[in-house]
Design a binder for this molecule. Structure first.
Ligand code: E4P
Length: 216
């Protein structure tokens, strides 16, 4: 499974990339606002660090506006992936952009039927938001399972990009279901390594090694 970092913080992206754990990045207007930086500058810096897809989201709601913004964003780097909302205009823009060889991430997906439409529009990625479903007491991982089944039934090659992933448990659940990608805040990705028995084991081995009086 691929890991994307869901952030616009360049320092965190660099750190994860150096660890060899990063396959791509997703941003959204809220994350750009949080960074306090200029949108295109941030995307250019991220694309210079990460080889994989870097999602940059359009903000127009109409097809023409989306296509105009996408044309501008695509100039930044070859790995810019245009993120469009799951609306009729977004799906139309998705079809046009993917037909023109551009990667597209269809975002704000909250139902399996929406995901089917995105696949029909040729989306490179579909982003079901599982954390936001959990927030309203709906099991977001069930949505991932439904989309997996539908895409497998018809051999769609749109990748399921589990988004709004908030915990290590979410990552495990979507990996078991077969999501292609999980996009997570950097802290969640780094936290995946933690296990108390690993820490305890290291402590014990080091204590025993000390008793041998040897050095390496
Ligand atoms: C995905 O592309 C989105 O940027 C993201 O996962 C949203 O997560 P949130 O619901 O935690 O804001």
């Amino acid at each position: 499974m691929k890991f994307f970092a869901d952030t616009a913080e360049v320092k965190d992206i660099q750190e994860l990339n150096d660890l060899g754990l990063l396959d791509g990045v997703t941003t959204n207007p809220s994350l750009i606002a949080k960074s306090g930086r200029k949108f295109k500058d941030v995307i250019a810096e991220i694309c210079a660090i990460v080889e994989g897809p870097v999602s940059a989201e359009v903000v127009s709601l109409d097809y023409e506006g989306m296509m105009r913004e996408a044309a501008d964003l695509r100039k930044i780097a070859r790995n810019v992936t245009i993120k469009v909302p799951l609306t009729l205009d977004g799906l139309k823009a998705c079809k046009s952009l993917t037909s023109d060889g551009c990667m597209v991430n269809v975002t704000l997906c909250f139902s399996a039927i929406q995901a089917l439409l995105a696949a029909k529009a040729g989306a490179t990625f579909i982003s079901p938001f599982i954390g936001r479903l959990d927030d309203i007491h709906v099991d977001g991982t069930e949505l991932i399972a439904e989309i997996r089944q539908i895409y497998d039934n018809y051999a769609y090659d749109t990748e399921i990009l589990a988004a709004s992933v908030r915990t290590a448990l979410h990552v495990k659940q979507v990996a078991l279901i077969g999501a292609d990608v999980a996009t997570c805040p950097p802290a969640v990705i780094k936290g995946l390594v933690r296990h108390p028995l690993t820490d305890k084991g290291i402590e014990q081995f080091l204590a025993d090694w000390k008793k041998t009086g040897q050095t390496l």
